[in-house]
Design a protein around this ligand. Structure first.
Ligand code: HEM
Length: 455
């Protein structure tokens, strides 16, 4: 499959922009996106790249079950630096600790479809899953005293490795709230199946959606694999794997003036601009569902999760001039600073005209965050490398992960603003899903992930 979709770009960024977009009759204003100024803004408005589109997506969605063949994709493991140990979050809290975790060297996102026929089996399945996750996160003991029984733990990290820094987050998809389990009235108000966006023609159902989503953060691919083994083992015949994506991060040595802890596979620093995770008030404003929200009460302490497996057309990207690459993002490649500035932490200055220095209004960061004081999303993620496609091109990209208090004003609004961005020539989403991260297991030893949902 040729996923590139357009010819090799000319080197001049302005010419490149014209050429890349001239063919796009559905997006007549695209050529002005990198130009900035009034033309760029008119382009955004003309395409309806506002939160109205997010409203439509939610209002018109139906929660149909999404049967799909099991499909898995695996990445080549990388060796993380020895210092890249995940910080252990506290499992027994009101929110799941994985949400605020710094990037980790390794990870897996897996989704499952529920296979129980009897709805009363659902809560015990989550209880079992939750107990195993607590054991994996806290390093609970393994009983392997009886040699004629299979070991309780796969042993990938040794017989009894203790706490290894693995942190696991559990979320539920819109399909869990169809008519199978009596949960129709308990669906989080904005949880819909992932809709298709402008650039989503390669998105496959077999790599998308799921009744349950599990995100594993770990310090090594082996530790992540061990956690997935254990989750599959304890939920066997009740949760069926639907799709799996492995990922990794190159964790940069901390440096003065450096904000992002990694670079993505397009070579840019990734994670520079995020709401401040260390500020509880900021997290309450942008990430956690709060009692005053128009949501079911069980959902307080949860958060919406958007996951997108976004392939990068790296061979094509490698032909784009550096200046074009930087204009596409609005940041300098090496330093991560906004265009025209020196430090990664500097606030971007948007270019008023095409001739101005500064960050083009059509760039990724200007569209993603117009800095209008509106809601923000909390991004994390992993790079992935899945080998080679039938056309001989690298199958690699970004496992994009974002948390937000509202899908409508979070991911759906941001993605709608990004629809038609120049970066789309070089990236093609292939899968993903929208989920709701369950509230934490809580301080009581009897509490488990999902308890408030099934109460
Ligand atoms: C392969 C796909 C993508 C790549 C390579 C990419 C890369 C980047 C880079 C390099 C930055 C600037 C550094 C930073 O602040 O982290 C950035 C910022 C950002 N991206 Fe993406 N991104 C991708 C997809 C997305 C998607 C799907 C969304 C949301 C729908 C998104 C939302 C954002 C936001 C909100 C920012 C911060 C803007 C700011 O506050 O300055 N990105 N991205």
């Amino acid at each position: 499959v040729d996923v590139r979709g357009s010819a090799d770009p000319p080197v001049d960024p302005n010419e490149a922009d014209e050429a890349a977009h001239a063919a796009s009759s559905t997006h007549p204003d695209r050529r002005s996106f990198l130009a900035g100024g009034a033309a760029g803004l008119a382009g955004l408005a003309g395409l309806g790249l506002t939160s109205c589109r997010a409203d439509e997506l939610i209002d018109n969605a139906s929660v149909a079950p999404t049967a799909a063949p099991v499909s898995t994709a695996t990445a080549a493991p990388t060796n993380p630096p020895p210092t890249a140990t995940a910080q252990l979050g506290d499992f027994r809290s009101d929110t799941q600790p994985g949400v605020l975790l710094p990037r980790t060297a390794a990870g897996i996102f897996a989704t499952f479809d529920v296979a129980v026929d009897d709805p009363t089996e659902l809560a015990p399945t989550f209880e079992r899953l939750s107990a195993e996750i607590e054991r994996l996160m806290t390093g609970g003991p393994v009983d392997q005293s009886d040699p004629i029984r299979p070991p309780d733990d796969s042993g990938l990290l040794g017989e009894d490795p203790g706490a290894t820094g693995t942190v696991i987050t559990v979320a539920v998809g819109a399909s869990l709230f169809d008519d199978r389990f009596g949960l129709v009235s308990r669906r989080p108000a904005e949880l819909i199946p992932m809709p298709l966006f402008f650039n989503d023609r390669l998105v496959q159902a077999g790599l998308s959606h799921g009744d349950v989503g599990v995100l594993i953060h770990a310090h090594s691919p082996q530790a992540a694999a061990r956690a997935l083994h254990q989750i599959v083992r304890v939920t066997e015949r009740r949760l069926n794997l639907r799709w799996v994506q492995e990922g990794f991060n190159e964790l940069l040595e901390p440096q003065p003036d450096q904000v992002a802890s990694t670079r993505n596979l397009l070579g840019f620093r990734d994670g520079t601009s995020n709401p401040d995770k260390s500020d509880a008030a900021v997290m309450d404003e942008h990430v956690w569902v709060r009692p005053e929200d128009d949501e079911p009460s069980w959902a307080v302490g949860g958060t919406y999760l958007a996951v997108r497996t976004i392939r990068m057309l790296i061979e094509f990207w490698a032909t784009a001039a550096l200046v074009r690459q930087e204009q596409i993002f609005g940041r300098h490649k090496e330093s991560g600073a906004p265009l025209g500035l020196e430090l990664e932490a500097d606030e971007p200055v948007f270019a008023a005209t095409r001739e101005d220095e500064g960050v083009p209004l059509g760039s990724h960061i200007a569209r993603a965050n117009p800095r209008d004081g509106g809601p923000r999303i909390l991004r994390t993620g992993f790079s992935y490398l899945n080998g080679v496609d039938p056309a001989g091109e690298l199958d690699q990209g970004l496992l994009f992960i974002a948390y937000q208090r509202s899908l409508r004003s979070g991911f759906l609004a941001v993605q709608s603003r990004l629809d038609g961005e120049p970066l789309e020539d070089y990236i093609k989403p292939v899968g993903g899903g929208l989920f709701f991260v369950l509230p934490g297991a809580g301080p009581s030893p009897e509490g488990y992930l999902g308890q408030s949902l099934f109460a």
